[in-house]
Structure formats: C-alpha cells, structure tokens
Design a protein around this ligand. Sequence first.
Ligand code: ATP
Ligand code: MG
Length: 418
Amino acid sequence: MESDPSQQRTKHAPAIAPRAAALAIARLLSQKGHVAYLAGGCVRDELLGLEPTDYDLATDARPEQIQEVFPKARGVGESFGVMLVRFQGRTVEVATFRSDGPYHDGRRPSEVHYATAQEDAQRRDFTINGLFRDPESGDVVDFVGGQRDIATKTLRAIGDPQDRIREDRLRSLRAARFAARFSLQVDARTQAAIEATAAELKGVSRERVGGELRRMLAHPSRLRAVTLLEQWGLDASALGEAHSAGELPRVAALSPRASFATALAAWSLDRAARGVLVGVGHWSEAVNLSLRERADLMETRRIVGVIAAEWRGCPKSARKRLASVPCFIGALDVLLGSDADHAHTVRREVEALAREEGGLAPTPFVRGDDLVQLGFAPGPAFKRVLDSVYDLQLEGKVNDPAAALAEARTMLKGLDGL
Ligand code: ATP
Ligand code: MG
C-alpha cells in the first residue's frame, strides 16, 4: 500500500497554514499527473486582496484517484465528487471538476457529471466565483471573464442570467450577499433576472434561505445587503411577509460586530416602523432560526422597548439589572437608530453605573444558603426577600454582608409575623 503523505505530521506539531496545505495537496496530485487548482471563493478573495477563510481545490482526478494519493481521504456527505483531504492538521476540500445535472423546479441538481475545468467554471454562479488558480505559479485560469469583473468590481452571473437565476433562486440571495460584502456594482441583466423572479424563492429550502441571511446580516456590510434585498423585492419571499422597501435607520446604526439576532431585531423594527406587520414567530420559521436566535431576537426587541419607554423612571437597581442582561448592548445599538440622544444618555449612565463598587452585577452579599443557615425554610417569600436585599445592594443602601443579612432577617421576620 502506498504511504499516506498526509501523515507526516508529528503528534503535537502546530497545523500547517491553510494555503500551504492546499498547495502541498495540489503538488502531490500534480506529481501523479493530475491538474489541481485553487477554486472559487479563495481565488476571488486573493485577487481582491483579502485573506480567504478556506482554500478549496478543484481537480481532474476522480475521487478514487484522489484516494490513491491520499488513502485517508473521505467523501463529503451527499456532495458526490467532493473529498476531504487532511494534510498536516488541515482539512482541504478537493472536488473533481464537474458539470451539474438538470435542475428541477429550482432545486439543486439531482446528479453530477465529471467534466472539464471549463465546464466546472461554467456551472458556478457568478464570474467572480468562477476562477481557478494554479497554487504553485499563481497563474489565474479564467474561462468566464471573472478577472475583468473583479477589476471593475462587477457582480455578473455566468452564462444567461435568466437561466442561471431560475435554475437556483438561492443565487439571488447570494448576489445580494456578494454585492454587499465586496462593494460590487450588479450587472444590469443579472439584476433584471433577479427582480423578475424575486416574488418566489421557489424550490429553495428554509435552511438555505436562513443560511444566506445569517451570513449577510452577521457581516458589517449588512446595510447594503438588506437594502438590495428590499430593492430587488426579495424581502417578501425570504421573510414570508408583505414587500416593503425603505429607510433602515436601525440597521444602519448597528456596530459592525452586531450579531445576527441583533441585526434581525433592527431590521424587523425598521420594517415595523414603516407599518409592515412583522411577526417574530413567522420570521423564525421563514428564516429557520435556532431556538437561541429566536429567543435573542425577541429579547432584544423587548429590551429596546423597555429602554425607550421605561428607563427614565427606573431606579438604579432596575437599571443595573437591565444593563447586565446579555441582549442589552445589542438593544442599545438598535435604539441608536431611532433615538440617538436617548441611546447616548443611557450608554453614559450605564458606564457610570459600571464604575460603581462591584459593577453592574456584583456578587450578592446574601444568598439562599445564608437564609437557610439562619433557620428560614425556602418558599415563595424567600426569593422575594433575596431580590429585595440584592436591590438594596445595587442601590448602594447596604454595603457589606452583615448589613445585608440583618436586612434579610428583618424582612423575613416581618413576613413570619403576618
Ligand atoms: P464564502 O467566502 O462566503 O464561503 P464562497 O464563494 O466560497 O464564498 P461557497 O458557498 O463556499 O461560497 O461556495 C464555493 C463555490 O461554489 C463558490 O465560489 C461558487 O463557485 C460555487 N457555488 C456555491 N454555491 C453555488 C450555487 N448556488 N450555484 C452555483 N455555484 C455555487
Ligand atoms: Mg466558501
């Protein structure tokens, strides 16, 4: 049996750099007479001067030939013709050049055919995503005019835009994502094809819709992405509600690092402010939110409302409690877009509260165990007393454990006497 070059790493050596792993794998394939190129997103990113997140390879070697060179390579789930090759601590996707089989009803192709590099480029969605690069020489292999479109910052479908968008409507969402992320102008025919089919994301699963929206909204370029979705009329089909395009002040105000849930809260409130009937339950189904994301979306919207309506009348203890909730920072970000003055005031007040002894959420002076030791049995009053004593601590009205315990004892005795 042939030795497996991917096993040359000693046990505790650090993993090799991702590009170096792809280069080494390509080299080993080419030593066996195969062609192996960097493909898709990583070539685009490098030509744009960005660091790719992962490096995919495309090759004329069939999966069984890849396995001859890398005996431990494994096929990836359902995607026929894609092998995972591990090399010195890195895993690289190595896909055999292929053309897609027929698309049915906008769904992903049912079969794949091995093909030439040129056909593999032509099955890809946009010209900027259809490039190959020899990792050794750096030469770019361009069958689709992708280099020119990268130079002019243009997003253009490969082939006939109408056909390509109809084949897979997810490409419309991907178009908004790439145009936003890389600040691209969208080719007029590509845009027309997207707009013509925008009313329906026929055949695209909610998982795929959610995946694209997640990547768009979690990225600093989210304002342009959401603007394009609304301008092209994709909002209605993606969110399952009425179409509405307009101002997005809350989305615009978000910090670049805002989470997906925070961004969804901002977008939903921007739409609600325009009179769109936004149902969070509806969104969470349409966009396939996890339970966590759904809870965060609802909580962020709730806290935005509380800060807007109740903050001014809140005692210090309630402010500290509210400001230490995980969604608070995101909620304040959202509020910046609708009432910047109030949001700035609240931020300054929270900063001042955080500088107080113990910060926003100091360790409680008194806990349940302390009350049990005093001989009180846990019950409904018990939690109320603990909360009240903690409020006194947050207010700065008790300043040490002994004083807090004395307060608790008095409160519990008072209750006993009832
Ligand atoms: P990212 O950096 O966001 O991952 P990417 O270009 O790598 O961008 P992927 O979704 O990882 O995007 O897909 C890898 C490549 O596969 C793309 O560059 C493109 O060539 C091709 N591709 C992905 N999805 C589609 C699609 N729906 N239709 C046609 N080609 C696609
Ligand atoms: Mg990718």
